[in-house]
Write a protein that binds this ligand. Sequence first.
Ligand code: PLP
Length: 429
Amino acid sequence: MTAIPESLSPSIQSLGSSPTLQINELTAQMEREGRRVFRFGLGESPFPVPAAAVKSLEKHASANAYLPVAGEATLRKAVADFHIRRYNIEADPDLVMIGPGSKQLMFLLQLCLECEVILPTPCWVSYAPQATIAGLNTTLIHTAYEEKWRLTPEKLDEQLSGKNPQAQLLILNFPGNPDGLTYSSDELKALAEVCRRHGVIVLSDEIYAELHHAGEHVSMARHYPEGTIIASGLSKWCGAGGWRLGTFIFPPVLKWLLKAMCKVASQSHSTVAAPIQFAAAEAYSASDEIEDYLLHCRRILKPLGNWCAETLSAAGVSVHKPTGAFYLYPDFSPFREVLKARGVTTSKQMCELLLEETGVAILAGEAFCRPEDDLTARLTYVNFDGTAVLQASREVPLEQELDERFFRQQMPNTLAGVEAIAEWCQDLA
Ligand code: PLP
């Protein structure tokens, strides 16, 4: 009998497991032990899928045919129209690709390209591992707290200058996971000039666009239409991560890439589930219900994010007020010396100590491609029942801002968790 050999590909052997999953396991274990845990480690929308989309899904439950690889025609049109309407950009339905989550589309993109992947950090957890699996080299450009974690045109230009003519894929993400911050139109314009000069393909991950807290998202395609692929999907703004529906919009000159990705898709996932695509077409159509839903999501997230940032700032943590999504990216370097005295020198050790001493779970900066000794972490401030909070927000007159009193009633656990971090910091100092 011949033993079955372990024959993992080298690029997989070097792959770590998802840090989000690790923290989930740890917190679940603590809960089993009866300890109070604040789950600030997840990256999921707390809000329900809007009712019209759910109804549409029910209506299309019997749709059982395989749909076209690039996506169902009415959905591709609805996605293009959505982007044209909301971001004032050009989008051709024939250049829209639908996939089972934008994550999968990003993976296919990296499989299809022969290029270097440029990642400003902190960046979302999956870009770099996907590049590794696809056998691509990654170049990190570290941004700083003082730069509001933004990539500057100077740093990008310096990175690209003198490079060999290998193709470059720059991945931007704004409003950003993990930082909750975004680029202004002027900042995008300046980056676009550098990208144009160096012929860079930009994958602009705008999955949190609709969760810009002021509803003022500007797309990279406004300034760099010829080289930008816009990634988005239903997961964040529509509370539908589990539906697995992502979108890419290509510029005309990159049609060859869309075709290549469709070839790979046809040999791998084929297409997205038919009922989901029909329901998504409904979600992407203009409607008062969706407007109302988004209005309330933003109305909750903005003052809540500000409250969390202010509370941490008052405790001496360096953190910017968010402009979108549901994340904060606190920097605990003001506590470097006191943490060092307790044997803590890395973000991972810091998060472990915080979890152990307060029950608060946040994700170490290391997971976002930051240097190990960077004392940063991501805090997701949505550990509440989004359905109930959305309902409660609808009962408060719109001219009234949601305030701390509302949050104490509706999401006491979120406030208590942030206050636990603040107290921990005060005790450290
Ligand atoms: N991009 C960012 C920045 C994200 O935070 C996520 C999900 O966490 C994704 C992409 C992937 O989203 P999906 O595959 O659900 O479309």
